[in-house]
Design a protein around this ligand. Structure first.
Ligand code: GLU
Length: 280
């Protein structure tokens, strides 16, 4: 039998899963099951400062408690050479360049994103001012450790896609986002540094043959960035289903600091998985 649907659950083990994750992951699970597909659990544990093994263990336990099952697992921290190979390809093609800007330079020099900052996802990256972008179109580069790397986005290009839930979407480079980080220089312990979320996500989605990405609506703009990376690396673009975000009573989107709405807080209060799933 050929498998025509491959999906993934991609939690970051930087905190406890909350109701928003439950909704996204349950939907991803349902869509995979109803398509008779398979589902990966991808542990996105590349944030060296915030990722913790106890959160990885907790998220597995919480997912299982909700009745979510998966068929295979991946841990991003075990795949660094694969991401480095993708960076090397982008460098060789002149589509990536080293960025020597410090955090302080970036804070002072980046333009604010065009959308209302209060409405922007917390993790959205400001538009880069191209200070380190080489002026000539495509000098091939090779990797040297000790710097960040950015993807050279084509200027003023419209990236459009039809989301299966959020309907037609369109973003324009230079206006909605600019040259974004694909590699961060080493802190202690990681000799060569680490891929950014955007690069690791694109490489993993492609190499595991993901056909549909189900994730939170805060990542719509990242999808536009990722489509450009897919094109640059010669990867196919999967289908996308971006879920509505779950908000608290004050209308603020749930984040990992909302411990009161963490699945295990609800569980210790006696809430059942069926009651949680009935909320969506
Ligand atoms: N790891 C990301 C998160 O927890 C999700 C990334 C994705 O689904 O592409 O927000």
């Amino acid at each position: 039998m050929t498998i025509s649907y491959i999906g993934r659950l991609a939690p970051s083990p930087t905190g406890l899963l909350h109701l928003g994750h439950a909704r996204t992951f349950f939907l991803a699970h349902q869509r995979a099951r109803s398509a008779h597909g398979i589902l990966y659990l991808r542990d996105e544990d590349l944030d060296r400062q915030r990722a913790r093994p106890e959160f990885s263990a907790a998220m597995r336990e919480d997912l299982l408690w909700l009745g979510i099952r998966w068929d295979a697992e991946l841990r991003q921290s075990e795949r660094l050479p694969i991401y480095r190979a993708a960076l090397d390809r982008l460098l060789a093609a002149g589509l990536a360049y080293p960025c020597m800007c410090s955090r302080r330079d970036l804070a002072a020099a980046t333009q604010a994103p065009h959308e209302d900052a209060a409405a922007a996802p917390e993790d959205d990256e400001p538009i880069y001012n191209n200070r380190c972008r080489p002026s000539t179109a495509s000098p091939a580069n090779t990797f040297v450790s000790g710097c960040n790397y950015r993807f050279r986005t084509p200027d003023h290009v419209k990236v459009a896609f039809t989301d299966l839930h959020a309907r037609p979407q369109s973003f324009t480079t230079s206006a909605d986002f600019g040259d974004f980080l694909i590699w961060r220089k080493a802190l202690d312990g990681d000799a060569d540094g680490l891929p950014s979320y955007q690069l690791a996500c694109v490489v993993d989605d492609a190499l595991t043959g993901i056909t549909e990405v189900v994730r939170g609506g805060d990542l719509l703009k990242s999808t536009a960035r990722q489509i450009l990376l897919q094109r640059a690396l010669g990867y196919p673009t999967p289908a996308y289903f971006h879920c509505d975000l779950v908000r608290d009573n004050a209308g603020v989107r749930l984040a990992k600091r909302h411990d009161a709405l963490a699945l295990r807080t609800l569980r210790t209060k006696g809430v059942t998985p069926a009651e949680i799933l009935a909320m969506f």
